[in-house]
Design a protein around this ligand. Sequence first.
Ligand code: BV8
Length: 238
Amino acid sequence: MNQSDQQRHLVVLTGAGVSAESGLQTFRDAGGLWEGHSVYEVATPEAWRENPRLVLDFYNARRRMVRDAKPNLAHTLLAQLEDHFQVTIVTQNIDDLHERAGSTDVMHLHGEIAKAQSADDPSLIVECDGDIKWRDSAPDGAQLRPHVVWFGEPILKWPEATQAAQAADLFIVIGTSLQVYPAAGLLEYVPRHCTRYLIDREIPARYDVDHFRLLATSATAGMQEVYKELVGDARPGT
Ligand code: BV8
């Protein structure tokens, strides 16, 4: 099948900025999550060992905020692009807003707040829509913890994510400061010929203009522009 018959593969890397307009805090912006907490107090295995109740409270509060949040137009447009492309979303976010907007191929590199895992066996994962309390047990009897990748822990879905990036015909980066690895390194896997867009309110200084169409704007405004460019003026959802 030639390219036009076979749907082109759009790969998207998202970070906290894609969920900012849904009211969820980013990490490194003013007033961000890491302003309220030091990473090392709430998002490392050491923090979990030293103060598991603080870590559980931190993620219980974020789980409630995610549950009360709604997908925004950027999430919705990304889902609607599935009518025109094979779309793979690789996200650093632990919220489920891409899925709730209708995206069907979402890889969470850093875990998912709506799931929990055994503190002894990270492969033992259960759904979690409420708070996790100290002494809540996983099916193996161990303490339940958020199914979230902390600093110093191996990320998830990396082979699948790099494979998708290597097969991309189109690549969009939305709302990430590209400071966390190996996630930020996904850009190195994208083929040279691939058309690339980067949408961020503040374009990270490190990106050379040649290879990216840079849109220094919000995720929703940027995605409306990119949607129009990729699909034409068709109104989303028509
Ligand atoms: C690991 C889950 C090894 C928790 C998170 C080199 C190679 C490998 C590792 C490292 C390396 N160098 C350093 C490391 C270690 C470390 C790391 O990267 N540290 C950084 C701080 C330097 N990496 C790790 O520890 C990783 N693990 O390497 O393991 C290993 C291997 C085998 C065996 C054992 C060990 C694990 C990293 C994962 C950590 N967990 N999250 C949670 O969510 O609570 S990371 C955390 O940061 C979030 O997931 C977040 O998504 C991620 C990245 O942040 P961003 O999404 O980019 O958010 P940020 O606030 O930074 O930026 C927001 C952007 O949006 C900004 O640009 C802003 O301008 C923009 N914006 C804001 N509003 C809007 C907007 N844009 C558009 N519209 C808007 N409205």
